[in-house]
Design a protein around this ligand. Structure first.
Ligand SMILES: Cc1cc2nc3c(=O)[nH]c(=O)nc-3n(C[C@H](O)[C@H](O)[C@H](O)COP(=O)(O)OP(=O)(O)OC[C@H]3O[C@@H](n4cnc5c(N)ncnc54)[C@H](O)[C@@H]3O)c2cc1C
Length: 334
């Protein structure tokens, strides 16, 4: 059981910055994100793109902003559960909350901050009839720990950056890697595509172009994957794991079931302190809605600062809050 002052759901830029604002007020944070890495949309969708509207940065690459945020919050020692979705939120008798995740992690927190952005990124899945039966038993949609695939036979499918990057990385680790792609060319970065073609040429991976996943077989766990090409020829390949990497699409997910007031997939908040209709639960960043809301990173940063002033009173009802500039007080760690 993890215990903390604030549990932040979502480790996008806004969830990360909330750790800093909470830290200034001496509140500890634990963050949970369904993705295996921090950074939310910035790391998942556009890591290499420059952002031009972060105050003080005329231009900054999305991944660099995430790295800077991680550096900025380091003094406050936040803890993380990554690659886990928060599925349940219930209130405890003392006014705090119990959260549980898809990996059965339990977190006890005095206050909850939902910084869930557009919601959980759900994997796009291949159209295979018995797919669900093998999920977690050989079929996985993200690589959390590459070591897991050491000396295994892998079928990776997809044509974007994730499929290319993981094919290149796992080629050195796995026993056998087959990349299946429905076209002849890749959507991912040209230099990654080139590397994949080279690996195929040198016999380090099997590359099946103009091909689709067709069926999977196994007895309790995955044993083989059938692949069909444009000429309708089918080949059955032995496999320990099948990793379809067809991209992720955001869905509000479990947040919709937590008795929060929701309007068009966003949580309604009071702009005084970004509190929701459930006392002790706040919503900041892209996940919230209010009149005039702008889904921008800087709006989320502002919301995080105001939210923490109110969360402090919820976490420490008996303590007085005195406002101090960081130039005066510095960043006092704990
Ligand atoms: C292509 C593109 C370009 C953009 N350019 C700009 C720009 O130039 N300037 C700008 O200000 N904004 C830009 N944006 C918008 C900006 O990315 C968002 O405003 C920002 O990401 C919001 O941050 P967030 O932390 O609120 O949410 P997100 O970045 O969406 O992060 C939310 C996180 O919550 C996690 N999550 C959700 N539900 C759960 C759950 N139940 N359990 C566990 N984890 C959960 C998700 O996995 C996700 O990682 C752009 C967006 C896109 C797509």
């Amino acid at each position: 059981m993890i215990t903390t002052d604030i549990c932040i759901i979502g480790a996008g830029p806004v969830g990360l910055f909330a750790v800093f604002e909470a830290g200034l007020l001496k509140m500890r944070c634990h963050l949970v994100d369904a993705l295996p890495q921090v950074g939310g949309q910035l790391s998942e969708i556009y890591p290499g793109k420059p952002i031009y509207d972060i105050p003080g940065y005329p231009e900054i690459k999305a991944q660099d902003l995430v790295d800077n945020l991680m550096k900025q919050i380091e003094p406050f020692n936040p803890t993380f559960s990554l690659g886990e979705r928060v599925d349940g939120l219930s209130r405890l008798e003392d006014g705090g909350f119990l959260l549980h995740t898809s990996d059965n992690t339990e977190i006890q927190a005095k206050a909850v901050v939902i910084a869930g952005g557009l919601g959980c990124f759900e994997p796009r899945k291949p159209a295979i009839t018995n797919l669900e039966k093998f999920e977690g038993k050989g079929v996985v949609y993200m690589v959390k720990d590459p070591e897991h695939f050491r000396d295994k036979k892998l079928i990776i499918a997809g044509g974007g950056d994730s499929a290319l990057d993981w094919t290149i990385y796992l080629a050195n680790l796995a026993k056998e890697v087959t990349l299946v792609h429905r076209n002849e060319t890749f959507r991912g970065a040209p230099d990654s595509a080139e590397k994949v073609f080279e690996l195929a040429k040198s016999g380090k991976i099997n590359l099946l172009l103009n091909s689709n996943l067709q069926a999977i077989e196994g007895n309790g766990s995955l044993k083989s994957v059938s692949v069909i090409n444009k000429q309708k020829e089918v080949q059955e390949l032995e496999a320990d794991y099948m990793i379809p990497l067809f991209g992720l699409s955001p869905k509000l997910g479990p947040i919709a079931n937590w008795q929060l007031n929701i309007d068009k997939n966003a949580i309604e908040v009071d702009t005084f302190d970004y509190s929701t209709n459930v006392p002790g639960v706040y919503a900041i960043g892209d996940i919230n809605t209010y009149p005039g809301k702008l889904k921008l990173i800087l709006s989320g940063f502002h919301e995080a600062a105001l939210m923490c002033q109110s969360a402090f009173k919820y976490v420490y009802p008996d303590q007085k809050l005195s406002f101090k500039y960081t130039t005066v007080n510095g960043v006092n760690t704990f």
